[in-house]
Design a protein. Structure first.
Length: 105
């Protein structure tokens, strides 16, 4: 999480966070703890808590919009690593939680 993310967490409580099942730690080279994921298709898993509504990733600690952290930060999926703060999807997630758009960099 980048600096603005530490006071946010909106994306972790808005979107289904899915990724290739080979990223879980029951596969060679996988790092995401398997027990915090759930299968959603033959080749995809999702972070538990993001497969249904209301969405909230089980690894998200804290209060959205106040102060958050990721319990598996070093082991998070590529989907999480590639999600960009300041992107349109970021703006939409923040809006969904009643948070203002991040100011331009
Ligand atoms: S919605 Fe944007 S600012 Fe908030 S945690 Fe996600 S990337 Fe960071
Ligand atoms: S694993 Fe961490 S960064 Fe990814 S959605 Fe869950 S709380 Fe957010």
């Amino acid at each position: 999480m980048t600096q603005p993310c530490l006071d946010c967490g909106a994306c972790c409580a808005t979107y289904r966070v899915s990724f290739y099942f080979g990223e879980t730690d029951d596969h060679l080279h996988g790092v995401v703890p398997e027990h915090v994921t759930i299968p959603i298709s033959p080749y995809l898993v999702a972070m538990r808590g993001t497969e249904n509504t209301p969405v909230r990733c089980v690894a998200l600690a804290g209060e959205v919009g106040k102060g958050v952290s990721c319990d598996i930060y070093a082991q998070r999926s590529t989907t999480c690593r590639e999600f960009d703060a300041y992107s349109e999807a970021c703006h939409r997630a923040r809006q969904h939680h009643g948070l203002p758009q991040l100011p331009p960099l």
